[in-house]
Write a protein that binds this ligand. Structure first.
Ligand SMILES: Nc1nc2c(ncn2[C@@H]2O[C@H](COP(=O)(O)OP(=O)(O)OP(=O)(O)O)[C@@H](O)[C@H]2O)c(=O)[nH]1
Ligand SMILES: [Mg+2]
Length: 354
């Protein structure tokens, strides 16, 4: 079955949603279902009748709470259009879409099962001849519902993790020309992104400060460009990369129209130039079709004397020149050409109408 069936059908979601409710754990859900209903009391013709009506009302309410809560979770997951491949891949990396799909299906299944039990035990409560039978029926119902919810405890955890991933999903516009900033950890990528875009990433003097993808923008004339800050990459095989690094790889693969590769010849990042150069070679090999701008950062600390472009993201030296080069590349990107075409068609049709 297609993931979209479980992630809801219909329109594309380009922005993270805030509407997925907090996902309760199995214990919290049972607590909510069984304790809240204790407040319900019904009057009857006699003690037995009152007890029966109360039991039936409690069974009904607790079943409803569980079933509607689970169904709400399943329905709250937004759909993802095929076009947002990057977001799909990112979600897959962070939660595992197959697992999320299975877990949402498990919640649906459980919701339906609880409704079945509810029906069965309401009938049995109504037919209970004695107080003790009524108590036994109630206990059995609670026991069966509890074990069913405990069965999906792991699925609730997966769905909760899915919710977190959805919440943090960067709002990417796949049609906007995009520069992705890459390099070793601690070389100054976030400092650069902070300088050239609207994004305000965390900057700190330790590796792996950036743990996910941050999106910023900058404007040049009427054009808007996307800037993507990525977590640092080490020079190792893709199979050895951790979840944080893999997010950077996904951003390079799916988003980059141009890559800025930041090097730190001062090596104050804690990594040798040899290692950094090896990674640069890998990136160029892996993403051969994407132009790479190489820039040496921290020129305030060390000027290597190489031919490469230099800057100090910290002090703002050379940043404008770099930004100019980025813009040149982005202007020439296929995405920019599509926007240009749209723009001229719009202008054309306006003129026709005049
Ligand atoms: N002296 C100097 N320090 C810099 C410069 N650019 C960044 N730094 C410092 O280097 C450290 C790392 O900067 P970040 O921008 O967080 O580095 P990053 O590449 O984003 O690091 P990760 O997110 O961990 O991959 C911080 O302490 C910055 O202040 C620079 O041009 N000169
Ligand atoms: Mg960073």
């Amino acid at each position: 079955m297609n993931i979209n069936t479980y992630l809801g059908v219909g329109s594309a979601v380009t922005k993270p949603t805030k509407r997925i409710p907090t996902i309760l754990t199995a214990d919290e859900l049972l607590d909510k279902a069984f304790h809240r209903v204790l407040k319900i009391r019904k009057e009857g013709d006699d003690r037995m009748d009152g007890k029966k009506k109360t039991t039936v009302a409690r069974l009904t309410a607790s079943g409803d709470i569980i079933s509607t809560t689970l169904t709400l979770y399943v329905r709250a997951f937004p759909s993802m259009s095929k076009r947002e491949e990057f977001q799909m891949e990112l979600l897959d990396l962070l939660v595992g879409l197959d697992q999320l799909k299975k877990s949402l299906a498990a919640l649906s299944w459980c919701s339906a099962q609880v409704m079945k039990l509810r029906k069965e035990y309401i009938r049995r409560s109504k037919n209970a001849p004695k107080m003790s039978d009524l108590e036994r029926v109630r206990k059995e119902y609670y026991g069966r519902v509890s074990s069913m919810i405990n069965q999906i405890a792991g699925d609730l955890e997966v769905v909760a993790k899915g919710r977190e991933a959805f919440k943090k999903l960067p709002a990417i516009d796949a049609t906007v020309p995009t520069v992705v900033i890459a390099g070793f950890p601690n070389v100054g990528k976030s400092q650069l992104v902070d300088r050239i875009s609207t994004a305000k990433p965390t900057i700190a003097s330790y590796p792996f400060t950036t743990q996910g993808i941050t999106i910023g923008h900058f404007q040049e004339g009427w054009r808007r460009y996307q800037v993507v800050d990525t977590p640092g990459l080490l020079d190792r095989e893709l199979s050895e990369r951790n979840e944080i690094e893999r997010q950077a790889i996904l951003a390079l693969k799916y988003l980059a129209d141009v890559i800025v590769f930041v090097l730190d010849p001062s090596e104050t990042s804690g990594y040798t130039m040899e290692k950094q150069m090896r990674l640069l070679g890998e990136v160029k090999k892996e993403f051969g079709s994407i132009p790479v701008i190489e820039v040496e950062n921290k020129i305030d600390l060390l000027d290597s004397g190489s031919e490469r472009m230099k800057m100090s993201a910290l002090e703002g030296i050379g940043v404008e020149r770099l930004q100019g080069q980025i813009t040149q590349h982005l202007k020439q990107s296929a995405k920019a050409k599509v926007t240009d075409a749209d723009f001229s068609i719009d202008k054309g049709s306006e003129q026709e109408g005049e």
